[in-house]
Design a protein around this ligand. Structure first.
Ligand SMILES: C[S@@+](CC[C@H](N)C(=O)[O-])C[C@H]1O[C@@H](n2cnc3c(N)ncnc32)[C@H](O)[C@@H]1O
Length: 251
């Protein structure tokens, strides 16, 4: 029998079930209160994925979501039927509307693979911000933590997830074949048993950008942002793999 292919949204729902989206969204609201100077409350969630943050953020903002992946957006729309979702590439989308807040959460920025690409994306986001608006994003991984004790050379994290209908082991491997370029590979292996059924093994591969915070700050300044760097992640702890958080003001 052909093995069921798990689509990205389905895998991402499993992968991200370890995340506290409410806590993260509350933190974004707090940052907006603290840093935003523009008067409006429109928010563009770039790389919104399956709309998990949107469920909470929509209580505070007039929210639009964009993502490259149509299937992710279908799930986001199911969760948040009243919101506007559009297919869009953060590197090139062009709207006439400007926003008071732009978010790119859970490592969306890491889908830029070179400093040139990153600058291009950040410039595009700057263009879509109101004066006094803020951009909030965090990283999947940054160079400063990646090489600590050779972690990224061959990093692994294993979690188990158990729900009524699902038992899953998630093996998260990051590997850097070439320390001289600005990318790493991440391979997430899912051992999935649905309703105590047969084992399905799925591998989800990603190529992620690996950047130095100092260089990122320089790019942000060159574009015109005033940036504030949180040395913690969304849990409030000193960042490890996921983090840190940038809050960037278009002044
Ligand atoms: C790790 S997921 C994060 C999803 C969501 N922000 C969250 O926190 O749950 C990364 C998302 O970025 C999207 N993505 C990757 N490259 C993109 C691009 N160039 N433009 C827009 N979205 C992109 C992927 O499709 C995916 O939904």
């Amino acid at each position: 029998m052909a093995q069921k292919v798990y689509e990205k949204p389905e895998l991402y729902e499993i992968f991200s079930s370890r995340q506290d989206f409410k806590k993260e969204s509350d933190f974004v609201v707090k940052l907006a209160k603290q840093f935003k100077k523009s008067k409006g409350n429109s928010l563009l969630n770039v790389g919104c994925g399956t709309g998990a943050h949107d469920k909470f953020l929509k209580k505070y903002f007039d929210l639009t979501g964009i993502d490259l992946n149509k299937k992710m957006l279908e799930l986001a729309k199911k969760k948040n039927p009243k919101l506007t979702y559009k297919i869009g590439n953060m590197k090139s989308f062009s709207f006439s509307q400007k926003f008071d807040v732009i978010t790119a959460l859970t490592g969306v920025m890491s889908y830029n693979h070179s400093y040139k690409e990153l600058k291009n994306t950040l410039t595009n986001l700057y263009k879509h911000l109101e004066k006094g608006g803020i951009l909030v994003f965090n990283w999947a991984v940054v160079k400063e933590v990646a090489f600590e004790k050779g972690k990224i050379k061959n990093y692994v994290k294993v979690d188990t997830i158990s729900r009524k209908d699902l038992d899953c082991v998630v093996i998260d491997n990051a590997y850097d074949p070439n320390r001289n370029d600005t990318t790493i590979e991440t391979n997430v292996i899912f051992l999935i048993r649905k309703n105590r059924g047969p084992l399905k093994i799925v591998v989800d591969k990603h190529l992620l950008g690996l950047f130095e915070l100092k260089k990122v700050r320089k790019i942000l300044r060159e574009i015109g942002f005033k940036c504030h760097l949180y040395e913690n992640d969304f849990s409030g702890e000193k960042y490890k793999m996921l983090g840190p958080i940038f809050v960037c003001l278009k002044s």
